[in-house]
Design a protein around this ligand. Structure first.
Ligand SMILES: [Zn+2]
Length: 220
């Protein structure tokens, strides 16, 4: 099995520079967009797994549960980095884990309804506290206005960086960040293997509700 994380001597400028320079990179958007960032190739056939596990992983890719668990792990990474750094999948079949830049940005909502949860872009000092949706006088202003994560997909990281000019502590910080991305890749692979060992992928039939127009006799 392929291991992504590797030890780096955080006292050695040379070792840290080599690690960053030689690290696998991938486009943050498309290959024609020039932006690239640190990445890990998580394509299943590149993970060095037994063919039985490999086949099962391909089947698991079609399930919702697989994506939910994977997203949980990414969310944890993003939250830990305050969304300034985010990990996400890119590539035609989504096989590459890529490091993105982003931020938390206010959504612009100033108040919300304590009854139905509806958010509002105006303060109750401006509009009164009656909710436009449920009509109850239950709106209050946010004490801390909510924020949402934004990703900058076109922004690459350290593309033509001359690491010579970086201080040791800057290098150290970046190496640690990229090492965390590598560990995340390892965690994702172990998580997927664990799922493959513990679950079977089975087919399930389900029905989707649809709407149509029908005639209903008038009540007399
Ligand atoms: Zn309401």
């Amino acid at each position: 099995m392929r291991i992504f994380s590797e030890p780096v001597d955080l006292r050695s400028r040379k070792e840290m520079t080599n690690f960053l320079q030689d690290h696998f990179r991938y486009p943050t958007m498309n290959s024609w967009n020039r932006a690239t960032s640190y990445a890990c190739n998580l394509k299943i056939h590149r993970l060095g797994l037994e063919s039985e596990i490999e086949a099962k992983l391909y089947d698991m890719l079609g399930t919702q549960e697989f994506y939910c668990l994977r997203q949980d792990a990414l969310d944890l990474f993003n939250e830990m980095h305050d969304y300034r750094w985010q990990a996400a999948f890119n590539g035609r079949s989504g096989g590459y884990l890529v490091l993105y830049q982003g931020e938390l940005r206010p959504t612009g909502h100033l108040s919300y309804c304590t009854c139905c949860g509806q958010r509002n872009f105006r303060s109750i000092t401006e509009t009164g506290n009656v909710c436009g949706v449920c009509r109850k006088p239950a709106r209050v202003d946010f004490k801390v206005p909510p924020k949402q994560p934004i990703t900058f997909p076109g922004r690459g990281t350290d593309m033509d960086e001359d690491y010579e000019e970086w201080s040791l502590s800057e290098l150290r910080e970046r190496v640690k960040l990229v090492q965390e991305l590598d560990s995340l890749a390892d965690d994702l692979v172990s998580q997927a293997i664990r799922m493959a060992n513990e679950y079977d992928v089975v087919e399930e039939e389900y029905f989707v509700p649809q709407t149509r127009h029908v005639l209903v006799a008038k009540e007399t």
